[in-house]
Ligand binder design. Structure first.
Ligand code: AMP
Length: 444
């Protein structure tokens, strides 16, 4: 096939891969890199940890194999043990990747091994003892071999978790973590999943990746997620507070986490929510460790079912039973969004996450949707329907047309006046009950 002269897609040869690998790629009939290969290969070559959402059929296997093989070719290890390990959920997939890897290494001296249940244990032991460079495996059999102290991952350079969401759905979470913990801590880790909005994947990413980059390539509506994501439009922060209160009073949940972008906002919500007889706690970075620990304990034990938190405070928070996450403020970027929603749910549960979005946040929210390649469901709360219905016109990107976050100027001006009047009238009224009822739960 002749290359199209106006086609600007870079070729494989622009990706800094050795001739031996390029020859294999050519022999396999690959003419141009797929989008996931174009985005992931340069980052893997920089030795970055990566979280990638890509589906089967996207060319994801070559996206992690090619740069990993390149890395193995660049540096000869001279050390004992396996240099790269690919963990994958099923035997069939492991066999497929093994075949792919054999084809890609055809013109190199690199040795590929396969470890799956059902195959001869002794042969696999011997293969591992021969320091095979790259091993493709299912977690169960690797663990069995680890019990015999056979595999040596202490010098492992690259760990790849392929189809991580499926692996976790199949109950391999603990096994994968045990294997990852037995690997060289200085390794590079690549986590591939069909979806980024799978709480297990996010939690796994928290545990196994370091300063990772994200490449999101899945389709707009992916069916794998177990976190339902909704958007509720709001006029302003007062309206948001009413919506938040309504949601906390009417949704069914075990524990709820409410995110704000600042400590000041988190503190500001506490009083009014307590005024509505909601038992809430606050968790932010400026609390001293003792208070934070106590707050976490109350939340963990279910004494406090609602926690107001900032991103920093919630990092690494692993508390069971959080099945509602509300973004009072839209997070500043997609990574923070993923971390926030990753706090919901458990393996066998569904989580719900709701973002309260005012007009100044529309573009930020649509940027997050684009980043995740997902469209969230718009929900209306009949009892608290606001004036803001979203931008009149949208660009193809989903952002509002007509400059940054613009809404019709007249309406905006009217709204502003209205808010000011109401606020003035209610200043005294609102504060008194809040302070009184605040005493029903002493924070710390
Ligand atoms: P994967 O998503 O890795 O399962 O790959 C799906 C299929 O696409 C496999 O049959 C690959 O051999 C093939 N493939 C991968 N990369 C390319 C490419 N750049 N051009 C054409 N086919 C490819």
């Amino acid at each position: 096939m002749h290359p199209n002269p106006i086609d600007k897609t870079p070729s494989f040869s622009s990706l800094s891969l050795d001739e031996q690998l390029l020859s294999a790629v050519k022999k396999m009939g690959f003419e141009q890199p797929t989008p996931v290969q174009l985005q992931a290969i340069p980052l893997v070559l920089e030795h970055k940890d990566l979280l990638v959402s890509a589906e089967t059929g996207s060319g994801k296997t070559a996206a992690f194999l090619l740069p990993t093989l390149q890395h193995l070719l660049n540096l000869s290890s001279g050390k004992a043990g396996t240099r790269a390990l690919v963990l994958t959920p099923t035997r069939e997939l492991a066999q497929q990747i093994f075949k792919h890897c054999q084809q890609l290494t055809e013109f190199t001296d690199l040795q590929t091994g396969l470890i799956t249940g059902g195959d001869d244990f002794r042969l696999q032991q011997n293969m591992l003892r021969r320091n095979t460079d790259i091993v493709i495996a299912t977690p169960g059999r690797v663990l069995e071999l680890m019990e015999q102290e056979i595999p040596d991952f202490s010098n492992l350079e690259v760990l790849i978790l392929d189809e991580a969401d499926r692996m976790l759905d199949m109950g391999f979470s603990e096994d994968v973590l045990t294997i990852a913990n037995s690997c060289n801590a200085g390794r590079q880790t690549l986590l591939f999943s069909a979806t980024l909005t799978h709480f297990g994947v996010i939690k796994m990413a928290d545990k196994v990746l370091k300063n990772h980059k994200v490449v999101a390539l899945n389709t707009l509506y992916d069916g794998h997620r177990n976190i339902e994501q909704q958007i509720v439009l709001a006029d302003d922060n007062d309206h948001k507070l009413k919506l938040l209160t309504w949601l906390l009073q009417n949704e069914t949940y075990n524990k709820a986490l409410v995110f704000t972008n600042s400590r000041i906002q988190a503190d500001a919500l506490r009083g009014p929510l307590r005024g509505q007889k909601l038992r809430v706690g606050v968790l932010h970075g400026e609390m001293d460790q003792k208070d934070r620990n106590r707050m976490m304990e109350l939340f963990r034990d279910g004494e406090v079912k609602i926690m107001l938190a900032t991103d920093l405070a919630a990092r690494g928070l692993d508390i069971k039973g959080i099945n509602l996450v509300i973004n009072f403020d839209v997070p500043r970027n997609g990574i923070n969004y993923i971390h926030r929603i990753g706090r919901t749910g458990r393996v066998d549960e569904l989580g719900l996450t709701i973002a309260l979005v005012k007009h100044t946040e529309w573009n930020l929210m649509s940027g997050i949707e684009r980043f995740l390649k997902q469209k969230f469901k718009h929900r209306r709360i009949k009892e608290l329907e606001g004036k803001y219905k979203g931008p009149k016109k949208l660009k193809a990107s989903g952002k509002a047309t007509g400059g940054k976050n613009k809404i019709e100027p007249k309406k905006a001006a009217v709204e502003k006046v209205k808010i000011r009047d109401r606020d003035k009238k209610n200043v005294g009224k609102r504060r008194v009950p809040t302070v009184k009822q605040d005493v029903d739960f002493n924070p710390l």
